[in-house]
Design a protein around this ligand. Structure first.
Ligand code: ADP
Ligand code: ASP
Ligand code: MG
Length: 414
């Protein structure tokens, strides 16, 4: 008998039929004698609608009130899920974030989970109750409701699994596992049977939204095995039909490249004729960091005249205007032309096998060149290569890379 956390995402609880279907999965695991906690998202589309309400009152709304509003979608589904379980004769109780409590930092809108105090919940679970927790939400040290960032239901589930010392966290969603790339863009994408925490972390951070990257970070830190599987297929999690995200040691055969991802959350800034002198990078990136703007890819050219150079970097889309304001006000950049481009996408290839093999980047560059796609910026780490290209080529590039690394051809992965 295992202790399990089952998380159902937005499409898995999109309406009453879906909630009843999800409750049937919970009932099967409960019937097999497992101790079960459930984490639910809001119904598909509801959080977007709530965010839109806030924006239409004021684009500069109070973040505490934003949280008070956008957290409510999960309140509805947690109550409905508990009812659907009760209808099946299962003892079940809903838990909102503050009731557990899920203790969070007070960074409203993107709070961090600090601790989940599960003693009350565990007592009830021991007495045979299924706990249904509202994902995405918690409570701040000042007793205000917080939310933990879009897609945060995954992180709530993994954090609860870590706090409960669960044997596994099953993430039920609308695809039956983690694929070599987004199956909605490349129909030939192949499902991975296992993927390491490290690769999954890179894939999520680089755009694969199937798991929120913080959930993978947390799973890796606490050693929680996570399985991604479909809500709409027959098997339940304990049949292990999905993709297991686990320790690298548990994966026998390591591929050179396991995933291709894309992220449209980038905007490019180019500074033309920056003074080429020591300290200039610090004077550009220091104020951006002070403004809480994460700079991602950076290239600086060598200067032709020994006096000025060009510099290009990317920032999150949402922060571009703020970044431009900061740069325009920089005394160091008087006389520097500032250009920006939002029509860019970061495409990346990820694989732990890269550590011990050369030539991975070369395959990428050649495949893109063959399609006539120009690379604007490149960045690499031990297990990934990313390029920035024009966003009009997103699908073409993802498909070309997927095929260049032969990802659809391998029959078996791990
Ligand atoms: P949920 O609402 O259940 O949290 P999400 O929409 O957040 O679901 O995540 C599931 C989606 O992630 C899939 O529908 C799929 O389009 C997308 N996705 C992107 N990259 C991948 C990938 N590599 N493998 C599987 N799904 C992916
Ligand atoms: N409902 C939240 C969102 O849409 C959290 C989640 O679904 O994971 O971002
Ligand atoms: Mg999600």
């Amino acid at each position: 008998m295992a202790r399990l956390v089952l998380k159902f995402g937005g499409t898995s609880v999109a309406g009453i039929t879906e909630i009843e279907n999800a409750a049937a999965k919970v009932a099967t695991e409960d019937g097999r004698g497992h101790k079960v906690a459930v984490v639910v998202s809001a119904m598909a589309g509801v959080t977007n609608q709530l965010v839109e309400y806030c924006r239409s009152i004021s684009p500069l709304h109070d973040a505490r009130e934003y949280d008070a509003v956008v957290s409510t979608g999960e309140n509805v589904t947690s109550g409905l899920m508990a009812m659907a379980l009760q209808k099946r004769g299962i003892q079940a109780r809903s838990w909102q974030g503050w009731q557990v409590p899920v203790m969070c930092s007070d960074m409203h809108g993107k709070a961090r989970i600090l601790e989940i105090r599960t003693s009350d919940m565990e007592e009830r679970m021991e007495s045979g109750e299924v706990a249904v927790m509202a994902g995405f939400q918690g409570v701040s040290p000042r007793n205000r409701v917080t939310t933990i960032g879009r897609g945060g239901g995954d992180t709530s589930a993994v954090a609860l699994a870590a706090a409960l010392k669960a044997d596994r966290c099953d993430i039920y969603t609308d695809v039956d596992g983690v694929y070599t790339t987004d199956p909605r863009i490349v129909p030939q994408a192949r499902k991975l049977s296992k993927v390491s925490y490290e690769e999954m972390l890179e894939m999520s951070s680089l755009g694969a939204k199937v798991l929120q990257s913080r959930s993978v970070e947390m799973a890796m830190k606490h050693g929680v095995p996570v399985q991604v599987l479909s809500t709409f297929a027959e098997p339940v999690g304990s049949d292990l039909p999905g993709t297991l995200v686990t320790k690298e040691e548990d994966i026998m055969e390591q591929q050179l490249v396991n995933g291709v991802t894309y992220s449209k959350d980038e905007a490019k800034v180019t500074l033309v004729k920056v003074p080429d002198k020591p300290g200039i990078a610090a004077s550009i990136f220091g104020p951006l960091a002070d403004g809480n703007i994460n700079v991602d890819m950076i290239v600086q050219n060598t200067s032709a005249d020994g006096k000025t150079t060009d510099m290009t970097f990317t920032v999150p889309h949402a922060d571009m205007q703020k970044a431009l304001e900061i740069l325009k006000n920089s005394p160091e950049l008087k006389g520097t032309e500032i250009r920006n481009d939002e029509k860019v996408v970061k495409v990346s290839v990820v694989g732990i096998g890269m550590r011990s093999h050369a030539g991975v980047a070369q395959t990428m560059f050649r495949a893109l060149a063959e399609k006539g796609i120009n690379i604007q910026v490149i960045s690499t780490s031990e297990i990934k290569v990313s390029v920035l290209i024009s966003s009009e080529y997103t699908e073409l590039a993802v498909r070309a890379l997927h095929s260049a690394y032969g990802l659809e051809k391998h029959q078996k992965l791990a």
